[in-house]
Design a binder for this molecule. Structure first.
Ligand SMILES: [Zn+2]
Length: 241
């Protein structure tokens, strides 16, 4: 095991021991397999994550709104890459219904889902939610363009899916107080961040755990709360003035 991975494993093991918290959690990836993006995760590793979680007594719920009980977990994929389409059958056979956050302006481009694939996955139980129009970090986009990135993208996605879209995931996880206010004004109810934590009803942003590069052993520790003590560091990385 390379030194960095070993140190990470050690830190997670200590954190999980000292701060164990099996509260409801979101885990997220970018794709099944590495064919369409370098951010993808080996298919066998994702399958091993799911198997290990179930063996440890965790259960996967169908939507963010159902994350209430301890040991409940919801899976998300960001950006809408096509690996999830190639492996849709596996999700169905495992009764897994992930949420996929999609930047509407990128759909249909090389490596991304087409709209007909999005609709077929929706029919199979996948949820699709907002990830802006262009996927530029909102903290880098001039305020005058937020209307297009937030409200126009929401309307466009609702029109394609045929129902209301109420969740937004910030591209690259970056946010600010102004971005939060603009997202609320555009009509998003659930604002999804990229820092770790258990899902609680009274928080402004919904935390998530990026597990795409985690071994099965580290993933098991994350479900036990091993990343939660590092939350402040993640927030410092993603919160802009
Ligand atoms: Zn993204």
């Amino acid at each position: 095991m390379p030194v960095r991975r070993f140190l990470r494993h050690l830190a997670l093991r200590v954190a999980a021991t000292l701060c164990k918290d099996c509260g409801p959690k979101i885990v997220y990836y970018h794709d099944m397999g590495r064919e369409y993006t370098a951010m993808g995760t080996d298919v066998d590793l994702i399958k091993a994550h799911v198997e290990a979680a179930r063996r440890d007594g965790f259960h996967f719920v169908d939507s963010i709104a159902y994350l209430r009980e301890p040991r409940s977990v919801h899976i998300c994929f960001d950006d809408g890459f096509r690996g999830i389409w190639d492996h849709a059958e596996w999700f169905v056979s495992e009764r897994l219904h992930p949420t996929v956050f999609i930047p509407v302006g990128l759909m249909g481009q090389q490596g991304y889902l087409t709209w007909s694939e999005v609709l077929e996955l929706q029919r199979l139980g996948f949820h699709f939610e907002g990830h802006t129009w262009s996927h530029r970090p909102l903290t880098d986009v001039p305020g005058a363009e937020w209307q297009h990135e937030l409200r126009d993208a929401k309307c466009y996605l609702e029109d394609k899916l045929g129902h209301e879209v109420d969740s937004l995931c910030f591209p690259c996880g970056f946010f600010s107080d102004d971005v939060i206010a603009a997202a609320r004004e555009a009509g998003y109810h659930y604002l999804v961040a990229s820092y770790p934590g258990c899902v609680k009803e009274d928080e402004t942003l919904i935390p998530r755990h990026l597990v795409q590069s985690f071994s099965v052993a580290d993933y098991r520790l994350v479900l036990q709360g091993a990343l939660v003590p590092f939350r402040a560091r993640y927030i410092r990385q993603h919160r802009k003035a």
